[in-house]
Each structure stands twice: as C-alpha cells, then as structure tokens.
Design a protein around this ligand. Structure first.
Ligand code: COA
Ligand code: AMP
Length: 636
C-alpha cells in the first residue's frame, strides 16, 4: 500500500511539471508562468518561466491582507545582549521592511542591483534581506565569522551598490567590531560600493565614514515606504557564497519563483507545521539554513519565526534551547547536530530541561552534517520527540533527503536522513556513471532536472557551474557527497568526496586553508585535512613542510599560520592545529594522500595506496599526529 510520500515522490519524478505546477498555485503570483519547466538550454533548467511575483509580498504583505496582520511574524531572542526579546507582528515587519526598502531605493538601489549584508543575528538582517526582495535587489549575506579578506572576495564578485552592516556582533563574552572588518574589506576590494548603511548597536558604536556611511536610524527616519516590485520568477533573489574546492567561493544563485514555491511547500510537507505555528531554525542568517528557514520559508507559510542571537551553550548554559522552546512555544526546532553534542557534553543528564514547558515541541530536525547515532539516541531519549536528520546543501536550498513527516513519517534508521524528498531523483553511481546496487557505496548524484529552488547557476560563472556540478556524470548533478542507498531507499551520506570539511556545521574548504598556509614565507609545501572531533564533527589540521635552511622555531611558525588562517578566512574556520613534517605522503604522480592521512588521524583502517611513493612517510605522519594528540591508539 502506498502512502502520501510515495504518491508525491512518484508523481514529482513522473510528472514534474504537473506536480510543481499544482504546488505553485499556493503562492500569490502577479502573472502566472508561461511554462512550468523550460529545458531548452540544458543544464540550465528554468522553473516557472514568464511568471511574475514578489518574494517579499508573499512573505509579508499577503499575510497582512489575509488576516495575519497582528500575528507575531518574528521573535528576536538575544541572550548575548542580556536577554533582549523583541517581537514584530506581520504588519510591523511589513512596515519596517517597506521603509528600509524605501531607504535603499532612496540611495539609488534598483531591481537587479546587488546589496551585501554583513550582519550578526539581529532582526535588521532579516529586514534588509526582505527589503532587497521587495525592490528586486539581489542580496548576498556574508556570515559574520568570516574575515575581511573573505568579504573582499565577495565584494569583488558580487559588485554591490550598497552594503548593509552593523557596528558589532556579539560572541560569548566578547564584542566583535565589524567596522574594521568592513573597512578593511572595502579597501582591499577593487570594487567600491557607493554607500554603507550601518546599524549602530549600543554595545559598540562605530565611527562612520562621511559621504559613504549612513546610520540605519537616519536612513529609516528619512525614508518613504517602498512598494513591492514585480520580478520574474527566474530573476535572482539572492547570491549566497559557499566554499568551493579552491579558496574562491562559489556564488550560488537562487531564483525568486522556484524558491518561493518549494520553500512554502516544505513547511507542511517536510516539517509538519501549519500557518500560525512557531518555527525555530537555530542557525545564522549567513548560512543557507538561515536564509531558507529563519527568514523565508516560515514567513511564506504564515508561521512565527525565531531569530536567536546566542549559542546552544554558554548563553548562559546548556538549558538555553529549552528556555527558548518553552518561552516561545516552539513546535519545530531545526539545528545542527554539533549544537546537540555541545548540550549533551555540558548537561549529559538533561538536568537543565527540568522546569521548562516543552509541551508544544513536536519535532527536532538536524542537518549540516550527519547525525551520529549517539547524538540521535541522546536527543530522542531526552527530548522525547522524533529526531529527524535531513540532508541538504547550500546549492539545493532545501533538503534532498528527509523524513517528510507532513507526508508520511517513516521509522528512523540511525545514520540515515531517510529517503529522497519529492523532486529529487537521487542515484548512487560508480566512477563509470552506472548505478550501483543497494548497499554499495558510490557518488551520490541527482538526475537532472533538479527541482525548483535548486541553484540556477553560479554568479557570473556559468562555466564553473557546469564544470563544478554537471560534468562528472552526463545528465546528473554531482553532490560531491559519497554514500549509499539501502534496499528500502534510505540514504546514507558518508562524507564529501572533495576537499570540503564540515566544522560545527560550517562548510569550509581545506584547499582554501592550504592557499593561506602556502603564503607563509617559510612554508614550502602544506596539506590540510579534516580530522574527527567529538564536538564539532571535524576540525582542520595542517601539515607544513618548511623550506630548506629554515631555522626559525617550529612552534612560532605554527602560531603564525594559525593566525594567518584566522585573519584571512576567519575565526569560524577553527584552524588551531598544525604540525611541521619533513615531507608529505604522495603518489608517484605527486598527489598528496590527504585521505590516507585523515584515516591515520582518525584511527581508521586504510589500504596502503598502491601508488604511494614511499610508505615510510606514513609512519612519520602518524608520529607527527601523535605529537598533537591524534592517531594515538593504534599502530600500523
Ligand atoms: N562572528 C564572529 N565570530 C564568530 C561568529 C560570528 N558570527 N560565529 C562564530 N565565531 C567565532 C567564535 O567566536 C569562535 O571563535 P574562537 O575561536 O575565538 O572561540 C570561532 O568563530 C568558532 O565558532 P563556532 O564554530 O561557533 O564554535 P564555538 O566553540 O564558539 O561554539 C558550537 C561551538 C557547537 C556551540 C557552535 O559551533 C554552534 O552552535 N554550532 C551550530 C552551528 C550551526 O548553527 N550551523 C549552521 C548549520 S544548521
Ligand atoms: P552546506 O552547503 O553548508 O549546507 O553543506 C553541505 C554539506 O554538508 C553536504 O554536502 C554534506 O556533506 C553535509 N551535510 C549537510 N547535511 C547533512 C546530513 N544531514 N547528513 C550528512 N551530511 C550532511
């Protein structure tokens, strides 16, 4: 007997145009599409071609019109500022957004212009995003934990007319001044934005640069509210940069129409929430999860979304999540497994849950990295609600595999994000592009066309879009995740097949870190690998081969490269460990055997690579790793 998931899944693959065309009826269009799916320029598929709409209208104005004007749209909960809570109804949020949109328009920002938003987790970040959507400007949010240099690279790629930033961000126990980072980035970039709007936070006021900078409050005070501007469904809503396999980030482009249609649909069908429910994605607006599930999807669906400026632990303790769930009657929490590992580490018996009313809490969704069975079982036992791992990527914008509880709740298999979500034709391929048998590992690929809301291209880099994703297997998008599918269609994601690592749910490129290390004047050669970490999932570790004749103290060189990564990429890279070695293990053709090094670090079995140049080097690597606390418990 089939269930609603099976029916939806089958139909989405057999008749994608019929399936998504019907789903699209649920959003408000200015003009309906001419064609649901345009496949005339493969692999650049386009959804809802000819359709016109406005994303911000669907997030805010529609709900004001349809009876939700006085419902809370957004709750800002900020333990790092001493417990500030601010609530916006749909009407209030619409008005703030319209005014900020007017302020941007007053500075000459028009449809198609780019606006970079570099802000901490404050409501103004969401307001700025929605205001861009309102006037058809393309936003690009840059995560606050990235350094100036990363911001500069994004400025040069996106060429924003305007930047929106805050005077500071607040981490546990420390205020991070944003202006030096912003000014440094603008100085380093070739492209110069015309203006910056700066939100002055009381924790640290910034010195503004006359002519260029405008105080957020002044910009709002002098602005006329702006109306929603019609855009094409295929026009870009945002660019979100994500780590690629080099230091150069990829600008993932999301369109307006497909994004709106799918995200609204996911709220009920994947997450099981209804309009009016309280939904909390404990992530950051700088990441895709924050775009999709702090800002857009909950608002498209008429929910109340929570924007939380705090951590799972330390603000003030591991009871923080229970407090927020209880205070705001959260129905669904979506976060990264690392957050639960942090809570479990600090409060293994769940003592800090006591006294909180969690009766509204129905589902815990986890993503960003694989949910390890220990964390899954702990969360299931302590929280007493279904714990659902789901798998996705910045590129897809929503989950590729999930237990779609709104359609049908399948039994959980630990270690698996359950089955492909409707729209995704997931296949596991061998190196020849042939589908492997159930249980056999291979490259996890998505047969084209991808469903709506997947990236439409990379910003200003159509060729890179094709070479990065579409050229390994003809007719498929290669996810660069390896894994397998079992007899029941459950997927198991075993890890990236490229140089991307996942540190506390943050996606980072080891190649990007190697580029930084190789700039150290004493470093001849280097490698960075991701090693397993109980809290963060993975942590980067660097190996340095020094130039001949270097006499400088090795520990000094290590501290210098650690600071270089922090300064060039940002604290979020969590690059704190490196070791000096005489040489790196390589194949005879000169390829560094990073995979083998990682297995040694993690005490995993490995096969001696047949093409290794000199097997003795692996013993040297093991010794070096032991010196920094890895690879300790196993010999050979
Ligand atoms: N601005 C400036 N610095 C930031 C920052 C930001 N927005 N976010 C993080 N950092 C800094 C941190 O202060 C830390 O600096 P430090 O090296 O001086 O301590 C560093 O970047 C690493 O941060 P983080 O990875 O957050 O580690 P942590 O030790 O502070 O906290 C966890 C660990 C597990 C509690 C935390 O990583 C967490 O909550 N993770 C959830 C991840 C998540 O939401 N991912 C999104 C996908 S769903
Ligand atoms: P990001 O683009 O930052 O969302 O990172 C995407 C990558 O994170 C994926 O390619 C996976 O490697 C990993 N990832 C995300 N969610 C999961 C999950 N539920 N299980 C396993 N890996 C995941």
């Amino acid at each position: 007997m089939t269930n609603a998931y099976d029916d939806a899944y089958r139909r989405s693959l057999d008749d994608p145009e019929g399936f998504w065309g019907e789903v699209a009826e649920d959003v408000r269009w200015i003009k309906k599409w001419d064609k649901v799916l345009d496949s005339s320029n493969k692999p650049f598929y386009r959804w809802f071609v000819g359709g016109e709409l406005n994303t911000c209208f669907n997030a805010l104005d529609r709900h004001v019109e349809e009876g939700r004007a006085d419902q809370t749209a957004l709750i800002y909960d900020s333990p790092v500022t001493g417990g500030m809570v601010r609530k916006y109804t749909y009407r209030e949020l619409r008005d703030e957004v319209a005014t900020f949109a007017g302020a941007m328009a007053g500075l000459g920002v028009v449809k198609g212009d780019r606006v970079i938003i570099y802000m901490p987790m404050v409501p103004e970040a969401a307001i700025a995003m929605l205001a861009c959507a309102r006037i058809g400007a393309i936003h690009s949010v840059v995560f606050g934990g990235f350094a100036s240099n990363e911001l500069a690279v994004r400025i040069d790629d996106a060429k924003p007319k305007l930047m929106v930033a805050a005077s500071c961000g607040i981490e546990v126990g420390r205020v991070i001044e944003y202006m030096p980072l912003l000014n440094g980035a603008i100085e380093a970039a070739k492209h110069k934005p015309d203006n910056c709007i700066i939100l002055q936070r009381p924790e640290s006021k910034a010195a503004l640069i006359p002519e260029r900078d405008i105080d957020w409050a002044d910009a709002m005070a002098g602005a006329e509210p702006a109306d929603c501007v019609p855009v094409l469904a295929t026009d870009p809503l945002y660019i979100l940069y994500t780590s690629g396999t080099t230091g150069e980030p990829k600008g993932v482009v999301r369109d307006n129409g497909g994004h709106l249609v799918v995200l609204k649909w996911t709220m009920n069908n994947i997450y099981g929430v209804d309009p009016g429910d309280v939904y909390w994605a404990a992530s950051d607006v700088g990441w895709v999860v924050g775009h999709s599930y702090i800002v857009y999807a909950p608002l498209f669906h008429g929910c109340t979304t929570i924007l939380y400026e705090g951590k799972p632990v330390g603000t003030p303790n591991a009871g923080a999540f229970w407090r927020v769930i209880s205070d705001h009657k959260v129905k669904v929490l979506f976060t990264a497994p690392t957050a639960f590992r942090a809570i479990k580490r600090d409060d293994p018996d769940g003592e800090l849950m006591k006294g909180y009313d969690l009766s509204h809490f129905k589902y815990l969704f986890l993503a960003g990295e694989r949910t390890d069975p220990d964390t899954l079982h702990w969360a299931e036992e302590k929280v007493g609600v279904p714990v659902i791992d789901h798998w996705w990527q910045t590129e897809t914008g929503w989950s590729i595999a999930a237990n779609c509880v709104g359609l049908h709740q399948f039994p959980v298999k630990p270690g698996s994000p359950t089955k492909a979500a409707p729209g995704w034709n997931v296949q596991v391929l061998d190196s020849e592009g042939v589908q492997v048998a159930p249980g056999e590992a291979g490259a996890i690929c998505l047969k084209l066309p991808l469903p709506p809301s997947s990236l439409s291209t990379l910003w200003n880099a159509d060729d890179r879009f094709v070479t990065s994703y579409m050229s390994d297997f003809d007719g498929y998008y290669n996810t660069s995740d390896g894994g397998f599918m079992d007899e029941d269609g459950y997927l198991y994601i075993m890890g990236r097949t490229d140089d991307i690592i996942n540190v506390a749910g943050h996606r980072l490129s080891t190649g990007g870190m190697e580029e930084v290390l190789s700039n150290h004047p004493e470093v001849a050669e280097c490698a960075v690998i991701g090693v397993a970490d109980d809290l963060k999932g993975q942590l980067p570790v660097g190996f340095l081969v020094l130039k001949a004749g270097v006499t400088k103290d090795k520990s000094e060189i290590v501290s210098e490269v650690v600071s270089m990564v922090r300064d060039r990429i940002g604290p979020v890279a969590a690059f704190k460990q490196a070791t000096v070695v005489d040489r790196l293990p390589k194949t005879r053709s000169g390829k560094i055997l990073r995979g083998t090094m990682q297995k040694i670090a993690d005490n995993e079995d490995y096969k001696m690579p047949a093409t290794i140049d000199d097997p003795a080097i692996l013993d040297e690597i093991r010794e070096a790793l032991k010196g920094i606390g890895y690879a300790a418990s196993r010999e050979g």
